[in-house]
Design a protein around this ligand. Sequence first.
Ligand code: GLC
Length: 440
Amino acid sequence: MPLLLALGLFAFAPAVFSQKNIDPKEIREKMQWFADAKLGIFIHAGIYAVNGIDESWSFYNKKISYADYMKQLNGFTLKKYDPAFWANLIHESGARYAVVTTKHHDGVAMYDTRMNALSIVKKTPAKRDMIKPLFEELRKHNIKCGAYYSLIDWSDYNYPAFLKDSARYVISKDYDRWNRFRNFFQGQINEIATMFNPDLWWFDGDWEHSAEEWESQKVRSIILSANPKAIINGRLQGYGDYETPEQNFPVTRPNYHWWELCMTSNDNWGFHHDNNWKTPYEIITIFVDAVANGGNLLLDIGPKEDGTIPDEQVNILKELGAWNNKHGEAIFNTVGGLPQGHFYGPSTLSKDSTTLYLFLHGKMNGPVMIKGLKNKVEEVTVLGSGAKLQSKVVGKISWSPVPGLVYIDVPASVADKYVTVLKVKLDKPLNLYKGSGGLN
Ligand code: GLC
């Protein structure tokens, strides 16, 4: 029972694959590295960085004409692109995987596609593939490589939509044309699978068509026949492996087997004139919250057209990395923590649920309290400093099954500048009291 509780999410019906007869055991094995990874870095690189405007959406929403948007092709140089620097930085952040745009909704491939001529290799001064050298550098650090791929392609003549209120044609009236588009995008998926062998596929834009129209099942099998271990995100109309809440922070623990919060570091995915940066403190607390609720964080950066990464993003990744370095034991390879109500803050558990990690935000000091813990606390230490803290049980009534309250005194001297982590060693796997007091 306690272990089951520790692995809480397994009790819920898996949201994605259950409907589609995909073997849950196989998926669980395949998903293990992802469940343990906790942190990924999302990279939105594309020609939109030239003017610093919304990725693809700027022409779709008519903030700029399509012709002017495409003029950015002439300014995309990658002249300072240093994939080893990117990979080192991602490694330093503590991330275990990275996901990079191979093609956004604007249709511009970031690699040398043979399916059409619209790529940074053929149409920009960069004249090079951005993906392969990055995957090579990431793999040197054992970082898993993900390919973001937009199913939507607003540049392709055979794709039905173009601008927000204009349609090129209706699929049901011209199936041949839709089939030409399907051959095109599935051909690109084949290329990406063959050229880069992604560990993870991050589809986007599935909302514009149904599973039947995309042929999602076929897309899934193209990917899995190239690499049976590849993980597919949930944006494939029901044929993915995990959910991707976007810029939305769950309050209660999501009912998904696996999920990943994707989030920008300011308010935009690509490089933008936007100084609304999230602070390292905000990012670390959001990250901790996702992990405590059983999820991952996919934190986005948007490189400039020359291939450099804005200083603010470099700083965010370094600060996150320094914090992970000190507190990684409480994050990586753990499972989601105590259900709400037992501790007023986020927590995680070791996989065997004999160690509980409590996260204390900000410059707090004074005692913290755990409610309903039936276990005996063997030892409390502060991660990174090794300081041992005193704990005491308050209010235990000898004849009652209700456990007392555990108070742990936290002196200001042990505080981390962002989030302090207490490591609570339990006598046995976690055992919680969940009643409403009284005799039960
Ligand atoms: C949305 C947007 C897209 C962005 C993505 C990242 O789906 O369409 O521009 O790349 O979110 O999650």
